[in-house]
Ligand binder design. Structure first.
Ligand SMILES: Cc1cc2nc3c(=O)[nH]c(=O)nc-3n(C[C@H](O)[C@H](O)[C@H](O)COP(=O)(O)OP(=O)(O)OC[C@H]3O[C@@H](n4cnc5c(N)ncnc54)[C@H](O)[C@@H]3O)c2cc1C
Length: 207
């Protein structure tokens, strides 16, 4: 059985890392959760996807908006030195239902600034902003609501501006649609490898 997965490890790594949900009764993840060292997993050879920096025109800040496991592709991007060569700042914004679901993002950001290869580049330039919808936290509410009311920009200390900023979005179909509308209202244009522009999107799952 095959399912789409985002590669969470950076492209220089010789190990592949994935960040997976466990869906109760899910055809793949009900089995995946029991995988042991030494078990064999088959993967297709050719990765595909739209969340690539080459699909964006140059800018100052790269904003990455994720809900849930939609953070996986950004785990790769924030550990890639090229991201820091192309952007002054990387702002990773993750929304989850509960606070305990934010643990991966926190450890990922901490590991990245300690990393021997990218740590120095990331230090002071990588920022993590998190929000929750079902439990109160520093930012409570949906990412789209908190972007629209300015809370996320206040936390980032800068405006999300189509002139200077670029964005990547990975989440549920509903979140992608809402975020796409918000960005378009602010003058952002969706890009692709063939026609780079100011933002790109990718589904985090089919639901
Ligand atoms: C482009 C793409 C990239 C993906 N990358 C990842 C990834 O990096 N990590 C990951 O865990 N999953 C990812 N998925 C989802 C993944 O393909 C599987 O759907 C998921 O692992 C569950 O598989 P399953 O067979 O157990 O259940 P499925 O039958 O595939 O899913 C059952 C239901 O669970 C819900 N669901 C599935 N995945 C998620 C999710 N990640 N978050 C919230 N709800 C979900 C959906 O509503 C779905 O209908 C991705 C999907 C796509 C299309």
């Amino acid at each position: 059985m095959y399912r789409a997965y985002s590669i969470a490890s950076p492209n220089w790594d010789d190990k592949l890392e994935f960040y997976s949900i466990k869906v109760p009764g899910g055809p793949l993840t009900e089995r995946l959760r029991h995988v042991q060292p030494g078990d064999v997993i088959w993967m297709r050879r050719k990765p595909t996807g739209t969340l690539v920096i080459d699909a964006l025109v140059p800018g100052k800040r790269l904003w990455m908006f994720a809900t849930g496991t939609g953070i996986a592709p950004f785990a790769s991007i924030i550990r890639d030195p090229e991201s820091y060569e192309k952007f002054d700042r990387l702002i990773l914004v993750q929304g989850c239902r509960r606070i305990d679901e934010l643990a991966y993002a926190a450890s990922l950001a901490a590991q990245t600034v300690d990393d021997p290869l990218v740590g120095e580049m990331a230090s002071g330039r990588l920022q993590l902003i998190t929000a929750t919808t079902r439990e109160p936290s520093a930012i409570t509410g949906r990412l789209t609501t908190r972007l629209a009311d300015g809370r996320i920009e206040t936390a980032a200390g800068s405006r999300l501006d189509a002139e200077s900023d670029r964005a990547m979005i990975c989440g549920s179909m509903a979140m992608l649609n809402d975020m796409r509308d918000l960005l378009r209202q602010r003058g952002f244009v969706e890009g692709s490898n063939a026609r780079p522009a100011s933002f790109v999107i990718e589904k985090a799952f089919v639901g």
